[in-house]
Ligand binder design. Structure first.
Ligand code: HEC
Length: 255
């Protein structure tokens, strides 16, 4: 069988158990299906795998002396699929394309290809070192394209604690704000544990899942200190430290 149960899956299982034995007070999480949990997990994993393609090629992308980098949409998707497989143990192409999870994952892979293809001129520009094609920007473009394609059914967003938000589009909504404040920022919240619940999103009932992301040392060139200094992208640095909560991948599956 597969690797140990994911936290989301464990949570769904324990909630199912709570429901089965009629425990009171667990209301917030009741009714979450394993399929929703697995779908949210897959979409978060593929977004991470896509961003990792950008970060693993960042030096090359920023090289002003090199033109064509060969980092086409097809190449990027192949690398993202490999990264997804390494992280999850699952071949994304093997997910049943007629299932909701398979369909949404396919749409996400398609937009990863689309965003790389649409940015070839930027990626391959000679004479420019920093081109602004970084994981956060790439991730946002992918999530926006995903919304255009699948937004009636699902959305993927990267948000952050309100005081850290750079792009206004990334601002957390009420549910995300609450998960960040009441869970992810609490000192006793286990590092990396995800949270999911049935809740409204944009006025519609939804399954919602949130996965915390923490600053690594590689993030601090832009998000570290000294606070307020301008980073290479033109934004003021947040003064963050390694291990701080830097953001949240938020997944919405409308019901
Ligand atoms: C080269 C500078 C740079 C580095 C390095 C960097 N970021 Fe960012 N980050 C940005 C920029 C610029 C944005 C705004 C992107 C946009 O236009 O949406 C951003 C946005 C984000 C967001 C989305 C919310 C928001 O504020 O708009 C999160 C979360 C985030 N970064 C976390 C990280 C983490 C975690 C790392 C390390 C793994 C990292 N960043 C590395 C520059 C950087």
């Amino acid at each position: 069988m597969k690797a140990p149960m994911s936290p989301w899956r464990r949570r769904a299982a324990s909630l199912a158990l709570a429901a089965a034995v009629g425990l009171a007070g667990a209301g917030a999480g009741l009714g979450q299906s394993d399929e929703d949990v697995a779908t949210a997990k897959s979409l978060a994993a593929m977004l991470r795998a896509g961003r990792a393609v950008v970060s693993s090629h960042q030096t090359e992308i920023n090289d002003p002396n090199r033109g064509d980098k060969g980092l086409t949409g097809d190449e990027a998707v192949a690398e993202a699929k490999a990264g997804y497989k390494a992280a999850t143990g699952e071949d994304p192409d093997a997910v049943d394309p007629s299932s909701k999870r398979g369909r949404l994952l396919k749409a996400q892979m398609d937009v990863i290809k689309e965003v790389f293809d649409a940015n070839q001129a930027t990626i391959n520009a000679k004479g420019i070192d920093f081109k602004g094609f970084i994981p956060a920007v790439f991730g946002r473009l992918v999530n926006e394209a995903f919304s255009r394609r699948a937004g009636a059914e699902a959305e993927v967003k990267v948000t952050a604690p309100p005081d850290l938000v750079r792009n206004l589009k990334a601002q957390p909504d009420g549910w995300e704000r609450q998960v960040i404040a009441d869970r992810f920022l609490k000192p006793d919240w286990p590092k990396g544990r995800e949270f999911s619940a049935l809740a409204e999103a944009n006025g519609r009932p939804a399954f919602r899942a949130a996965s915390p992301e923490y600053y690594a040392s590689s993030c601090l060139a832009c998000h570290g200190g000294p606070k307020g200094d301008i980073d290479v992208t033109g934004y003021p640095k947040e003064g963050g430290a390694e291990g701080d909560l830097g953001g949240v991948i938020s997944i919405i599956l409308y019901r």
